[in-house]
Design a protein around this ligand. Structure first.
Ligand SMILES: CC(C)(COP(=O)(O)OP(=O)(O)OC[C@H]1O[C@@H](n2cnc3c(N)ncnc32)[C@H](O)[C@@H]1OP(=O)(O)O)[C@@H](O)C(=O)NCCC(=O)NCCS
Length: 272
């Protein structure tokens, strides 16, 4: 049965979730909602009064709902619990006046159950976006001048923007096209995620750069300084060239130490 999450549920959620990957991320989600830094709700699924699943939904703007942090106790997987909890969260989002619901999941084979749940619940695979993260490597790169970009909103498939609300990544559909800048001639949205002890540039790319190396040099310039980094969101197909350019500019990049290159599927659907 679907229930609102209460702080007293934490030990029961932690009992199964701490054995699964990304427990720190889950704790951060729970905490962000506790501190009311995120609008939305958290929910648990109970069977025989025992908590066996958790998931949260964020409302990044008045129209959109974003699901994240789904965890099902290993002993209850494959019984349709996540499907039912997701469907219940759709209902909650609808009641809260949201007209669109979405989620992201890493584009790896182990997430096949998530792909399947999305298909079953009528969600469309809207896009596969790559995140290219570079940190602790911007020293020596000049901070680029970001010229304002003009013209209509560029379309690269789905009209989605990734916003980083530390430590959460949320793809949303901005109501109006946000102000874009030119980075090495390509239109991008640059925002900053400021959190204690570090400052990240969050860059959504909407046009494939002509000169990938100049583009990555600019990205590294945005990440200039200690404890700084940049996360670039782009269509997944552009990532190999971006990675080659990053490796050429910063020899010795080590995945997980100063860089990461992942791809995410974004699924969404309208709520009627
Ligand atoms: C992903 C997760 C939430 C799914 O929970 P669940 O309760 O087992 O999911 P459900 O039983 O509702 O549905 C899973 C579906 O995937 C299918 N499935 C399972 N393994 C699969 C695989 N390897 N390939 C394809 N489909 C698969 C199941 O058959 C089921 O589909 P069906 O109902 O049509 O038979 C759970 O495995 C989990 O907690 N994983 C760890 C955390 C995680 O990855 N969370 C997702 C973050 S995006």
């Amino acid at each position: 049965m679907f229930h609102a999450y209460r702080p007293a549920d934490f030990p029961a959620v932690a009992a199964f979730a701490r054995r699964q990957p990304e427990f720190e991320y889950l704790k951060a989600i729970i905490r962000m909602h506790e501190e009311a830094r995120v609008r939305g709700a958290r929910a648990v699924w109970r069977e025989s009064n025992r908590v066996i699943a958790f998931c949260a939904v964020a409302f990044p703007n008045p129209r959109d709902a974003w699901l994240y942090g789904m965890r099902v106790d290993d002993r209850f997987k494959g019984q349709g619990i996540a499907t039912r909890l997701t469907r219940a969260l759709f209902g909650l989002a609808r009641q809260a006046g949201r007209t669109w619901v979405a989620l992201d999941t890493k584009d790896v084979a182990s997430k096949a159950p998530v792909f399947r749940i999305c298909d079953r619940l009528g969600m469309t695979h809207l896009a596969t976006h790559a995140t290219t993260m570079l940190w602790n490597s911007g020293l020596g790169f000049v901070r680029p001048r970001l010229e304002p970009a003009h013209g209509p909103w560029p379309h690269t498939g789905a009209r989605l923007v990734m916003r980083q609300r530390f430590p959460l990544w949320i793809w949303e559909r901005p109501a109006a096209g946000p102000r874009l800048s030119l980075l090495a001639g390509a239109r991008v949205l640059v925002e900053y995620d400021v959190c204690p002890g570090r400052r990240w540039a969050v860059v959504n790319a909407f046009e494939r750069p002509q000169d990938t190396r100049a583009f990555v040099r600019g990205l590294l310039g945005l990440a200039h300084g200690r404890r700084r980094g940049v996360v670039l969101v782009s269509p997944a197909a552009w990532q190999p060239a971006l990675r080659r350019a990053a490796r050429a500019l910063v020899p010795g990049l080590v995945r997980g130490v100063d860089s990461s290159f992942d791809a995410w599927r974004i699924y969404g659907r309208r709520l009627k």
